[in-house]
Design a protein around this ligand. Structure first.
Ligand code: IMP
Ligand code: MG
Length: 334
């Protein structure tokens, strides 16, 4: 599968970062290219006891052989990007499209102070909504105007298409989740862009016929941060009791939680044309699963849970996350 697109199936925070980091290493992908909104998304992954977080770089950053690209549709906060490039020592393999929009301090201030954004929607406060509104008005500055980024600028769409023509493995990384899509999520409680597979492809500049597989990533339960409805939401106490309480990796806010939602998952597979599925954090539901790397080692309840989802979705769950480490994965891809 030379071109794999990964997207979130719920409200973001499905554990895409870890799944992507695993695939990048396991398949030794040549190119990883990030689509999605921008630094409002935080992806976390761990290897050998060390935890890493990215908000701008692709989550494939741990594989030193992978070129790290950021597509034209993604908003860049230069300060965040430059610090991540330094953290991963990725100076000579990071490339940013010259047409990426730039987040300025004023966008962050507006995101944090406008009542509609901060109180009603509960945005991440990272400036992405106001910056995308400036982009629609065509007054936003672009990466090609920023001297500090000049070393990293290239035509990312051209590079990705060229890599595909050369039969290199390309991983297209979506951020957020289907239910947060500006077009297909529950407006107005959504992010400022379409974040479904088609939108992510547009962000990086590839057409639909270039895509070989779309991997839709779900978590074993649903979480949501910020405003908007959440079907079958648990009380905070109940979520804590079950160990499902998480804290946002960008904002530190507690995430609201509910059980796995078959209807949302089906809709996500449809909208994204999903061909492959992943389910993460199975060990949070079934602690005996922690660290399992073979399906046969899972307890019967956990196998039944996976089987029920597969039955409803009509697709095999190819990757199952069983712990925080990159390699805590059951990989059933043939
Ligand atoms: P914004 O994207 O910061 O404008 O926030 C809009 C809504 O999307 C809020 O409910 C945020 O909590 C949510 N959101 C944005 N990015 C993410 C993410 O990466 N994970 C989870 N929720 C997100
Ligand atoms: Mg996240």
């Amino acid at each position: 599968m030379p071109c794999l697109v990964t997207v979130g199936g719920f409200y973001g925070d499905e554990g895409k970062g870890k799944i992507i980091a695993y695939i990048a290493k396991k398949d030794n992908v040549a190119v990883a290219v990030r689509g999605g909104v921008g630094p409002n998304a935080g992806h976390t992954f761990a290897l050998d006891g060390k935890t890493y977080k990215v908000r701008m770089l692709p989550s494939a950053a741990l594989n030193p052989a992978t070129r790290l690209l950021i597509g034209a549709g993604v908003l860049v906060n230069p300060e965040v990007l430059l610090s991540e490039i330094a953290t991963f020592g990725a100076e000579d393999r990071t490339f940013v499209d010259g047409q990426c929009g730039i987040i300025e301090k004023s966008h962050i201030e507006r995101d944090k102070s406008e009542d509609h954004l901060r109180s009603k929607l509960g945005t991440t406060g990272t400036g992405t909504g106001p910056a995308n509104s400036d982009r629609a008005l065509r007054v936003l500055r672009l990466a090609r105007d920023i001297p500090e980024l000049s070393l990293y600028i290239e035509d990312v769409s051209n590079s990705v298409n060229h890599a595909l023509e050369s039969n290199e493995r390309v991983l297209v990384e979506g951020t957020q989740g289907t239910c947060l899509s500006l077009f297909h999520g529950g407006y107005p409680y959504v992010t400022s862009k379409d974040v479904t597979a088609s939108g992510i492809c547009s962000d990086v500049g590839i057409g639909p016929k270039k895509v070989d597989d779309v991997l839709v990533v779900f978590k074993a339960y649903v979480t949501r941060v910020g405003g908007g409805p959440l079907q079958n939401e648990l009380s905070e106490d109940e979520a804590k009791r079950r160990g499902w309480i998480e804290y946002g990796s960008v904002t530190g806010r507690p995430r609201r939680a509910s059980p796995f939602d078959m209807d949302l998952a089906k809709r996500a597979i449809r909208i994204n044309s999903g061909t492959m599925l992943a389910v993460t954090k199975l060990d949070v539901l079934y602690p005996e699963c922690a660290g399992a790397r073979e399906f046969g080692k899972l307890p019967p309840e956990a196998r039944r849970f996976i089987g029920d989802i597969e039955g409803e979705m009509g697709l095999q769950i190819a990757l199952i996350g069983t712990g925080p480490d990159l390699y805590d994965v059951i990989d059933r891809r043939s």
